[in-house]
Design a binder for this molecule. Structure first.
Ligand SMILES: C[S@@+](CC[C@H](N)C(=O)[O-])C[C@H]1O[C@@H](n2cnc3c(N)ncnc32)[C@H](O)[C@@H]1O
Length: 247
């Protein structure tokens, strides 16, 4: 059946459902944020066994002897993220119990031997200051003279992070967690650093990428991590490298 605009009611209903799904999309990153805060991926991973666990078993691992927590609500979050490919759901034959293991996507949230994962990246993107800025995106259209982050928080993002040690560390960890695995892959196939004597990483954050490049390409005599003073202050010293130094 068609309405006055020539649209079928079935198409209309699909459109209504689509806009409702879009309106509720915030539940996806917020659920992701929740599993990172709860350290669910590490609880399931258990040194690589990745054996499917029930919400009750996951809670026991993340909360330890203090116990407690709500397995029903945890299961809701896990099911939501299962539908977005973060977890795999294993349903017992009679449907009475559901267990969860990590997919390849979920494994990116497991803390590695260097204490890194993509979890910090998730948290960094949903910290309060950014959430406040997201509510003001329309202001970037109404009045683009001041960016939404500044309108929401009174100063530009990196100034704001630099003044708050917790946010600064979160940003550093987020960048390391993402960049180290990518840089490993890049170094396996990219030969553009051959013949380079001085390398400057502009906005190099904690200097992980620069450090990895210097370790592999010993032809580079000087590496400079050029970043903001409060960022390089926390960055570890790099052999043969310099932080914000111009020689
Ligand atoms: C998205 S992060 C890049 C991280 C890094 N390149 C990596 O791959 O891990 C952007 C970096 O730019 C730095 N940055 C921002 N404004 C800067 C400025 N004015 N001068 C130097 N660095 C700046 C930030 O402190 C941050 O470390």
């Amino acid at each position: 059946m068609e309405n006055a605009n020539g649209e079928s009611s079935n198409n209309n209903n699909i459109a209504r459902l689509a806009i409702m799904e879009l309106a509720n999309m915030i539940s996806v990153p917020m659920s992701l944020n929740a599993v990172v805060k709860l350290k669910v991926a590490d609880a399931i991973w258990q040194n690589g066994s990745n054996a499917p666990l029930s919400p009750v078993e996951i809670l026991a691992k993340i909360r330890g002897p203090q116990g407690g927590g709500d397995p029903e609500n945890l299961q809701r979050i896990l099911r939501m993220l299962t539908s977005y490919g973060v977890f795999k759901e294993h349903v017992v034959d009679d449907g009475s119990q559901r267990r969860y293991s990590l997919t390849e996507v979920g494994k990116t949230l497991v803390t590695d031997e260097n204490g890194l994962s993509h979890g910090s990246y998730v948290l960094q993107h949903h910290q309060d200051a950014l959430m406040r800025a997201w509510t003001m995106v329309h202001e970037a259209v109404n009045d683009s003279s001041t960016e939404p982050f500044v309108k929401a928080n009174g100063e530009p993002a990196y100034n704001y992070y630099g003044k708050n040690s917790e946010m600064n560390s979160l940003m550093l960890n987020a960048m390391s967690g993402v960049s180290v695995p990518f840089m490993k892959a890049i170094l396996g196939g990219y030969d553009g650093f051959q013949g380079v004597k001085t390398l400057v990483d502009v906005g190099g954050s904690g200097g992980d990428c620069l450090k990895m490049i210097l370790e592999k390409h010993t032809n580079i005599e000087l590496g400079i991590n050029f970043d903001l003073p409060e960022v390089v202050e926390k960055a570890p010293q790099i052999p043969m490298g310099a932080n914000n130094m111009d020689r």
